[in-house]
Design a protein. Structure first.
Length: 213
């Protein structure tokens, strides 16, 4: 049975993401020594096979695993060029010396950036939800976009829904791009329950009443 999410819940996730990623931008700014802005997000429900529609060639999955306060995982997706620019900036460059091949050292570098950035995000989430939220170090993986798209289309299932949160990401005058976060519907609903202090049945009843009025 397909599990849907209401417009109110999408608004709540947008607000949570806006606060947590806004603070994470400050951390990333200090690491890159550049002004970083992450704009108010756009939130939509998608099928899993649509997750990489904004990407081509190669992208990077940053898998965030919650180990306290919230159950589940979510994924942040970054463009290949954006990641390479961040790597160069972290290693003292000006963002123009982009490697053709990404080494283990590069992956380690961007993993540390994501660890600090998402650690700040988890701290912000703790404040928003009024409970301790912690994550394990994020896992960064290089993804062949076209291969994944083909695979997902072959095994597409209309019940595999995600909440897609899209941000505009700018770093100085070097990066003007997008960054995507994917939330499983179950995790999004749990965050809404914690944020609003209501149980899921109450939220569903309120949404139903609002729709029928």
């Amino acid at each position: 049975m397909k599990k849907t999410i209401t417009g109110m819940e999408m608004d709540v996730i947008g607000e949570i993401a806006n606060i947590s990623m806004g603070n994470a931008a400050t951390t990333l700014s200090m690491m890159l020594n550049q002004r970083v802005t992450i704009t108010t997000p756009f939130v939509e429900v998608i099928n899993r096979s649509q997750a990489l529609d904004d990407y081509e060639a190669t992208c990077y999955f940053v898998q965030i695993h919650y180990i306290e306060g919230v159950e589940g995982n979510n994924v942040m997706i970054l463009k290949d060029r954006d990641v390479k620019i961040m790597m160069d900036l972290m290693m003292g460059g000006d963002g123009s010396n982009l490697p053709e091949e990404v080494s283990e050292m590069h992956i380690s570098c961007i993993s540390e950036a994501m660890n600090q950035m998402m650690g700040t995000s988890a701290t912000s989430l703790s404040t928003v939800l009024n409970k301790t939220v912690d994550i394990s170090p994020p896992t960064v993986t290089s993804i062949d976009v076209e291969s994944v798209k083909v695979f997902e289309k072959i095994f597409e299932d209309p019940d595999h829904l995600f909440l897609k949160v899209t941000f505009r990401l700018t770093v100085g005058d070097i990066i003007d791009s997008i960054m995507v976060q994917l939330y499983p519907i179950s995790l999004a609903k749990e965050l809404c329950v914690l944020f609003l202090g209501e149980d899921e049945n109450t939220l569903t009843d309120a949404a139903t009443a609002s729709t029928s009025s």
